[in-house]
Design a protein around this ligand. Structure first.
Ligand SMILES: Cc1cc2nc3c(=O)[nH]c(=O)nc-3n(C[C@H](O)[C@H](O)[C@H](O)COP(=O)(O)OP(=O)(O)OC[C@H]3O[C@@H](n4cnc5c(N)ncnc54)[C@H](O)[C@@H]3O)c2cc1C
Length: 403
């Protein structure tokens, strides 16, 4: 019997994960990427145990864990360097069945793409959904520069400003500005070792985390007007963060101005009515863009791909499968979007009294029990994928962890 055909629009983390999971579930997959190559932005990505378990389903979990640095032997600080909350990797592993890990995005993209058939990914090839296949048994249709493709399934994984989303739900509100902007850099490690940290100031934060290849991934956020840009981004980072504790000034000093990624944060604070229509379905930021304050946007995109492939495995009823996907994913991701917004609001506090109360509560709560960072991930990082990999008694555990 011919394999059913799926077209995935977008080859970010969400699109590639969906493509790999569908390929393993019996679909013939074509991924369309408008960029000329799969080179992702030069930044790190944190993967919590929920995404690692999702990657286990496609046989990638252990490989990714082995290429990543463990996060956790650090915690949250104030700009003076005072610790507000300590976290350790063992506690994270015990609470969630595995550690939080950090790796370069290119490693993740390369490893997922390497598991797809060579012919599956077409770069330099934008896709446009022209028919979601809502009429009876008619296929969905995607236009590309090389002609149209008819498919049993189309996955819109085309990111936050998704054209597939607009085509499926033209009346749904799009993403809105979260009130803050972000910077990301990858730099060589400073001379002196430092504990990984995320430091919260007045309407601003800075995080510094080691990658396994010896480099450092640092990210910063600050409340700002949408679209505001300084002429000299490095000078702007120095102005905002240059007097924060070590190693923040050293990281800024080591930063090449052309290596600074600067993105305003948009998120979908109002959920879509559904994640599918006809034979077309959304995954990743196109479905549920969220603020990065929980580091879960990519994690949820990975979950999406795995859950989608589970519900629409070749041979199953597609309509019922897509409805089950929406039923599984929409409430979960909407809750994560809301939680990320709550953390964004805390991060955005800027008046001296409000920040003092926030910092006092953070350190008090952390002294009384497990680190605040860990508690924030309850209900998120403990997620298990559907299907056999994590069915009772068949759990694949990360080395050295317990569930
Ligand atoms: C500062 C910051 C830090 C973050 N940190 C983390 C973190 O630590 N952990 C985490 O999980 N998440 C993090 N995120 C969120 C994460 O980056 C996103 O949620 C994730 O990359 C979304 O993946 P995606 O595949 O859905 O979309 P994208 O990565 O945006 O990919 C969409 C792809 O679709 C392509 N495309 C668009 N239109 C078309 C078209 N018409 N035809 C063909 N291709 C098209 C684009 O070129 C792109 O390659 C962070 C975000 C920010 C801003």
């Amino acid at each position: 019997m011919d394999m059913p055909r799926a077209v995935v629009i977008g080859s970010g983390i969400g699109g590639l994960t969906a493509a790999l999971a569908l390929h393993r579930s019996g679909w013939q997959v074509t991924v369309l990427e408008r960029a000329e190559s799969l080179e992702p932005v030069g930044a790190g990505i944190g993967l919590a145990p929920n995404a690692q378990r999702a990657l286990d389903v496609v046989g990638l979990g252990d490989e990714i864990r082995s290429l990543a640095a463990w996060q956790g032997e650090g915690g949250m600080r104030a700009p003076s360097g005072r610790w507000l909350s300590r976290t350790d990797a063992t506690a994270a592993a015990e609470r969630f069945g595995g550690p939080l890990v950090l790796l370069h995005r290119s490693v993740l993209i390369d490893r997922i793409a390497a598991r797809l058939p060579a012919y599956a990914v077409r770069t330099g090839c934008p896709g446009r959904l022209i028919d979601p296949g809502t009429a009876g048994g008619a296929p969905a249709v995607v236009a590309t520069p090389a002609g149209t493709i008819a498919a049993e399934l189309v996955v819109g994984a085309d990111g936050i400003h998704s054209a597939v989303r607009t085509a499926l739900f033209p009346d749904a509100p799009g993403p809105t500005y979260a009130g803050f902007t972000t910077w990301r850099v990858v730099v060589p490690a400073p001379d002196r070792p430092f504990p990984p940290h995320e430091t919260w100031g007045r309407g601003a934060l800075w995080g510094t985390q080691p990658l396994k290849d010896g480099r450092i991934y640092a990210y910063a956020a600050a409340t700002a007007s949408a679209g505001a840009r300084a002429e000299d981004e490095k000078a702007e980072l120095l102005r905002r963060f240059g007097d924060w504790h070590d190693p923040v000034p050293q990281i800024i000093a080591a930063t090449a101005p052309e290596g600074i990624l600067h993105n305003d944060v948009y998120r979908m604070d109002r959920p879509l009515p559904a994640f599918h229509r006809g034979r077309a379905v959304l995954a990743g930021d196109s479905a549920h863009a969220m603020a990065p304050t929980l580091g879960q946007g990519g994690n949820q995109a990975i979950e999406d791909g795995i859950v989608l492939a589970h519900h629409v495995a070749a041979g199953r009823d597609l309509g019922a499968g897509l409805a089950a996907y929406t039923a599984d994913r929409l409430p979960r991701t909407a809750a994560v979007v809301r939680k990320a917004d709550r953390v964004s609001r805390l991060m955005s506090l800027s008046s001296t009294p409000a920040v003092a109360v926030r910092d006092f509560l953070m350190s008090t709560v952390s002294r009384l029990g497990p680190g605040l960072v860990l508690r924030t991930f309850d209900g998120i990082a403990d997620w298990c994928p559907p299907g056999d990999t994590y069915a009772a008694g068949t759990t694949t555990e990360a080395p050295g962890t317990r569930r």
